[in-house]
Write a protein that binds this ligand. Sequence first.
Ligand code: KIV
Length: 266
Amino acid sequence: MPAAPISVATLAAMKTRGERITCLTCYDASFARLLDAAGLDVLLVGDSLGMVLQGHSTTVPVTVDQMVYHTACVARGRTHALLIADLPFLACATPEWALTHAARLMQEGGAQVVKLEGGASVVETVRRLTEQGVPVCAHLGLLPQSVNRIGGYRFQGRDPDSAQRIRQDALALQEAGASLLVLECVPAALAEAISRALTIPVIGIGAGAGCDGQVLVLHDMLGLNSRPPRFSRDFLKGQGAVSEALAAYVAAVRAGSFPGTEETPY
Ligand code: KIV
């Protein structure tokens, strides 16, 4: 009998059982089929598509229309993995905008969960979305949509004050109803402590092996980025096919061998 499609409840149960969650970004139907067949638990239509597909230097230019288009493409290719889609830059500047744009991602795009970046400033939005039945994935640590404010793609939470702020934000977002949390580019010890403190699954990127799951940008882990981030790994190297690279990623995350110390800068 084919395994049941993954839901947020499946991911919560995986956390309880101590099984690591596998996630990759995905932007089209062909890759969605491959990722699904490789056994990925979660496909994330990230607004990183602005950088890896569109060639922009940031995610800021990505629009809601573009996110809806790519989410619908991925939805047509997947059958099993949970489908999360990003609310892009300023799409949730007010709770009302967030509701409108989440409706588009779910009704036109087929997303099952929406992801939004931010801490205390989006807690009320997360509450409003979840009250209306929208499952939310929060995103803390490095917030790429805020690159123009922070002035670059730097690790966050490296001093006690900012680590404490991220910890408090994580608890507040969980309390507001978030079902999942992505933690990007924070020290491994902080990410592990937050993963243990929260009951919801925490998916890390550049956050060490102590999270409940891992996510990478697809093009980085397939060696298609000429300047990959140092927390990524080229899983296609030494493999004969993309499907083998995806299987190697799933196996490494499940075994806890990715990320290793060389992919954990802090
Ligand atoms: O947009 C994206 O791909 C993301 C991941 C890097 C987590 O948010």
